[in-house]
Design a protein around this ligand. Structure first.
Ligand code: FPP
Length: 161
């Protein structure tokens, strides 16, 4: 029989929520709500199947340039959605963490993020890593700044980069 190999880390990029809703004559927000519900089912299934880390790319820095209505809806969904993750993922002993920049996420979102991280911090069955306000350009800029600082402080040689 073929050996079953379970990956250690799985990454998912959320896409198509808006198209899913438009095809059904619904508002884009309905697609995000349905996408979030599917994400929860999928995440518990993946992390209960032996995968150690699930990274979900939920919202990029570029996504802030969407319409105010859509961004506002998503920020509210993050608040209510993150609240539901607390108990649900603790039930499965899963730790929830967030990756990304904090600015300009609203305080109400940051508050719930911190709460769920603290609540699930000692859970050991897997890690649900939610990438919120992440971005390729932002990461390159942050890294370039760190390197420049180390070079300026004499802690890194340019040749060693
Ligand atoms: C991509 O679909 C989806 C997003 C940019 C947002 C997804 C985020 C959520 C559903 C909320 C998740 C919440 C938590 C707490 C993790 P799209 O809008 O780019 O779809 P399209 O390509 O059809 O336009």
């Amino acid at each position: 029989m073929k050996e079953e190999k379970i990956p250690t880390h799985v990454g998912i990029i959320m896409d198509g929520n808006g198209r899913w809703a438009t095809m059904r004559g619904l508002k884009r927000s309905a697609g995000h709500k349905a996408g979030f519900n599917t994400l929860k089912t999928l995440a518990t299934h993946i992390l209960n199947s032996g995968v150690k880390v699930l990274s979900i790319f939920a919202f990029s820095t570029e996504n802030f340039s969407r319409s105010k209505e859509e961004v506002d809806y998503l920020m509210d969904l993050f608040v209510t959605g993150v609240k539901t993750l607390k108990k649900e993922f603790s039930k499965y002993n899963i730790k929830v963490i967030f990756s990304g920049r904090s600015k300009p996420l609203p305080d109400k979102v940051l508050k719930e993020m911190k709460k769920v991280e603290a609540y699930t911090e000692n859970n050991t069955n897997g890690i649900f890593n939610i990438c919120l306000n992440y971005g390729g350009k932002a990461e390159i800029v942050d890294t370039a700044k760190k390197i420049a600082k180390l070079v300026k402080e004499g802690k890194l040689n340019i040749e060693d980069i």
